[in-house]
Design a protein around this ligand. Structure first.
Ligand code: PLP
Length: 315
């Protein structure tokens, strides 16, 4: 089996992600009229199931897309997909799980009343691994110059929808300038977040991060860091507007997301940040992983270490 095999599950049917499954008139495909979530496993168990499910429902409500499936059904489908991936590939490591729910197909046109019924697609692949170089040197970011984070009164960044075109354009600009990722400003000129991650800084013993009101996705990693993990790592938390002029005053910088947990940033435009072994972000990363391991240890029902036969799972 090719190492880049991705297991898909469309509406309950397992298949390779290379195979077509969604109709060309699906509104997720035509308009990005969809919502999604990404989970990952720790110790082969899905981490933060409830938080991501709640955010998915919230994103759905925000775009008036009612999610008709119970969380127990979807959890079962996800576990089935994870088990099928393990069976197909022999992969025994941690997995990345993406669930996208689109408003479905129907007659072509923007009106949501044209949509027939929602469709779901689950994708499972290995959790992306950071290269040794990035772990050592940290990521290189650049503040976007040609594009801003969409303001909350447009396509609200708090909604995790299938429309990431603004983020895609920001990332393109960053890559063109030789950076790994982009840092978006909002229309007030304050820092917001990266293309698929929240951002945080350390100065002294304080973790500084933009507030939700700056116009960012309420990241689940960010929320756990603020609520519990920062304190375990000996850091106080300061959620406040951050201007780009402050970038030179921070000691450390990092991205926060489900797949990356705490990812070191070594450079933002001309400013360098500590990523050496004494940097405080490593303690934060260790504490986050301990928090995640502890959290999944209480949820054996979220294990993807199952067997799957004819689309049915067993323990
Ligand atoms: N910000 C954006 C724009 C994202 O797309 C993501 C994750 O996909 C995040 C932040 C991080 O969120 P989480 O920690 O819930 O993965």
């Amino acid at each position: 089996m090719a190492s880049n095999f991705v297991q898909a599950n469309t509406g309950g049917t397992l298949h390779s992600a290379d195979d077509a499954s969604i109709r060309p008139v699906d509104r997720g495909f035509l308009y990005g009229d969809a919502v999604y979530e990404v989970w990952r496993t720790y110790d082969k168990r899905i981490f933060a199931w409830d938080e991501h499910w709640a955010r998915l429902k919230k994103s759905g409500n925000s775009i008036h897309l009612h999610i008709p499936w119970a969380d127990s059904l979807m959890m079962n489908e996800i576990i089935k997909t994870g088990a099928a991936f393990r069976k197909q590939t022999g992969h025994r490591g941690e997995v990345y799980i993406r669930l996208q729910i689109s408003r479905g197909g129907g007659s072509i046109g923007l009106d949501i009343d044209l949509a027939e019924s929602p469709e779901f697609v689950i994708l499972v692949k290995p959790v992306p691994v950071l290269s040794a170089e990035i772990m050592q040197k940290g990521l290189k970011l650049t503040v976007a110059q040609t594009i801003r984070r969409n303001p909350p009164l447009t396509l609200n960044p708090a909604w995790k929808t299938g429309n990431y075109l603004n983020n895609i354009m920001g990332l393109r600009e960053a890559k063109q300038r030789g950076a790994n990722d982009v840092l978006f400003l909002n229309l007030n000129g304050e820092l917001t977040e990266a293309s698929t991650s929240n951002v945080a800084f350390i100065v002294g013993n304080s973790l500084v991060t933009p507030p939700l009101e700056a116009g960012v996705l309420p990241g689940i990693t960010r929320a756990h860091v603020i609520k519990t993990v920062a304190q375990s790592a000996g850091l106080s938390v300061d959620e406040r507007p951050i201007s780009p002029a402050e970038l030179e005053t921070f000691d450390e910088a990092m991205l926060l997301s489900t797949t990356k947990d705490v990812q070191p940033v070594g450079l933002i435009d001309g400013f360098r940040y500590r990523v050496d072994r004494e940097a405080k972000l490593w303690r934060l990363k260790t504490e986050f992983q301990a928090f995640a391991a502890n959290s999944v240890s209480r949820r054996p029902e979220l294990s993807v270490q199952r067997t799957v036969e004819d689309g049915r799972i067993s323990i």
